[in-house]
Design a protein around this ligand. Structure first.
Ligand SMILES: *[C@@H]1O[C@H](CO)[C@@H](O)[C@H](O)[C@H]1NC(C)=O
Ligand SMILES: *[C@@H]1O[C@H](CO)[C@@H](O)[C@H](O)[C@H]1NC(C)=O
Ligand SMILES: *[C@@H]1O[C@H](CO)[C@@H](O)[C@H](O)[C@H]1NC(C)=O
Ligand SMILES: *[C@@H]1O[C@H](CO)[C@@H](O)[C@H](O)[C@H]1NC(C)=O
Ligand SMILES: *[C@@H]1O[C@H](CO)[C@@H](O)[C@H](O)[C@H]1NC(C)=O
Ligand SMILES: *[C@@H]1O[C@H](CO)[C@@H](O)[C@H](O)[C@H]1NC(C)=O
Length: 451
């Protein structure tokens, strides 16, 4: 009993003496010596021959800790720590189940780096300190699209209370779509978990999942100024089976954007704003073929965003976006709360009329409430040649910020259910009045608005 009580202290002392291991004490959550209750399990401490900066706790689910500091990282905010990170990654990646640690209370300045697998075993990256991007643009010439990349890894967990800072101001000022620098990118990886990080001021997109399968994202706080260009919060492309939950995102572009090749995307408990809302697309740019299916956004609160839930496609594309659900969403002064835009065009001159389009079908909007900043709360602008099919709206209650009525605009939409309530909900409106108003909407709505 007394030994049990004193063992944690004993461990801390050992750790404190070995400078490279010091970060380890700051987060006992993933210390394999502790079970869920924080009690000490049967742990044997072995002095490792610390050639590579590895420390091994011998336990059934043992993990080695690899601190970037052991590879020469300074964390002073001005020394380039890129090489130290790459070396630390190599050591962690080639060991058995390592924890790569970025110590707290330090700022690690990094140029673009690419941390590639496959790794020998499961890997945890514990970010407690701050990673800050070099803002010398010449550092990016070699690999101008990305800053931090994790690729070709399986069973990777990236977490911690730390911050990833894209230091993006210089890119926003020189905003130019050709020179994209995604801040944090995961590509071609399976079974990824990314949680509890703060990601801010990305050069362009904050967190991108590209070509991944099996992804759990939770507890991210993503922030950038509302006027920073193309700074999407979470970008999902060619990724399957991804769950995004409990994230708070406020940036200058989409909070979440889901584009071609994405399948089975579930987002829940999302707080969004400022920004452009939650978006599927754009799809079909440059006459491309796009497929997106199985997207569910269940539980979101959007405040002051330019769009709420949006599907946007370019004319001339092909493919389809299907089986999409927007459920239980609260809008707070959102300019376009519900929008399908099949004539999306962000070029200076208007886009040409085209015959083909990405087919949009099976979209459910259910329990969407709150306020619209514009008169048009629901805008469904679908393709003439490929009308939207089977659009269902149930319990959609939107009114204008300030209480006035809002409009529904529709082109080329085949709505199968229109359980929509628009207009002002003045307390004096009687139940009967509301009911007949609804009946009128049900009857007149489809007749007037179908084409
Ligand atoms: C602790 O581990 C050792 C070696 O694995 C084992 O022999 C011993 O029985 C364990 N003790 C407890 C209390 O589990
Ligand atoms: C997924 O990765 C985690 C480590 O991040 C691992 O513990 C888990 O077993 C993996 N799951 C599968 C199905 O491979
Ligand atoms: C949508 O695209 C998928 C993938 O090619 C296809 O299997 C499906 O049949 C398409 N749906 C329609 C209605 O065309
Ligand atoms: C409707 O959505 C809100 C969140 O916007 C949620 O709090 C509420 O429980 C939902 N209502 C139903 C009936 O599911
Ligand atoms: C609502 O949004 C509009 C435009 O985005 C803004 O001008 C207005 O101040 C906002 N109103 C409130 C009450 O926040
Ligand atoms: C609308 O959808 C229904 C049910 O899927 C279908 O029978 C009908 O042909 C569609 N109408 C148009 C104009 O596409």
């Amino acid at each position: 009993m007394t030994l049990q009580k004193h063992l944690p202290i004993y461990i801390v002392i050992i750790i404190s003496f070995a400078s490279c291991y010091s970060p380890f004490q700051q987060d006992t959550l993933h210390d394999p010596g502790y079970d869920d209750g924080g009690k000490l399990k049967n742990v044997t401490i072995k002095q490792s021959n610390n050639v590579l900066g590895l420390n091994r706790l011998d336990d059934s689910n043992a993990a080695e800790t690899v601190s970037v500091d052991c590879f020469g990282a300074k964390g002073d905010g001005s020394t380039d720590d890129s090489e130290a990170f790459e070396k630390a990654w190599e050591a962690a990646c080639s060991s058995d189940g390592a924890v790569l640690v970025v110590p707290a209370n330090k700022n690690y300045l990094l140029k673009p780096i690419r941390l590639s697998g496959p790794c020998k075993s499961d890997l945890t990256v514990q970010i407690s300190g701050t990673l800050i991007a070099s803002n010398d643009r010449s550092d990016y010439s070699k690999d101008s699209k990305y800053w931090l990349v994790f690729e070709d890894v399986q069973d990777l967990l990236v977490e911690g209370a730390g911050t990833i800072d894209g230091n993006g101001k210089i890119w926003w000022e020189n905003s130019c779509k050709i020179n994209k620098n995604h801040a944090l990118t995961f590509q071609k990886s399976q079974n990824l978990t990314v949680r509890n990080l703060k990601i801010q001021n990305a050069q362009q997109m904050h967190v991108t999942f590209h070509g991944c399968t099996g992804v759990q994202v939770s507890g991210l706080k993503v922030t950038a100024p509302g006027d920073s260009p193309n700074t999407d919060g979470i970008h999902v492309t060619h990724t399957e089976d991804i769950q995004i939950s409990s994230c708070n995102i406020g940036t200058g572009d989409d909070c979440i954007s889901i584009v071609s090749g994405s399948k089975n995307v579930q987002a829940s408990d999302i707080t969004c704003g400022p920004g452009h809302g939650i978006s599927i697309g754009s799809l079909g740019a440059g006459k491309s073929t796009a497929y997106v299916s199985g997207v569910t956004v269940n539980g979101a609160k959007l405040s002051g965003t330019t769009n709420g839930v949006r599907i946007k496609t370019w004319q001339g594309g092909s493919g389809n976006a299907s089986n999409i659900k927007f459920l239980n969403i609260e809008m707070n002064n959102v300019t376009n709360p519900i929008i399908i835009d099949q004539n999306y065009c962000d070029k200076d001159e208007p886009c040409k009329q085209e015959r083909s389009a990405v087919q949009i079908e099976d979209v459910v909007y259910q329990n969407i409430t709150g306020t619209s900043a514009s008169d048009v709360a629901v805008k469904l602008d679908c393709s003439k040649s490929y009308p939207c099919q089977r659009i269902v709206m149930q319990n959609v209650k939107l009114q204008k910020e300030g209480g006035e009525a809002v409009k529904v605009e529709r082109n080329n939409v085949n709505v199968t259910d229109l359980g929509i309530i628009t207009g002002n909900h003045q307390p004096e409106m009687s139940r009967a009045g509301l009911k007949s108003y609804l009946q009128i909407l049900f009857i007149i709505g489809p007749l007037f608005l179908l084409f």
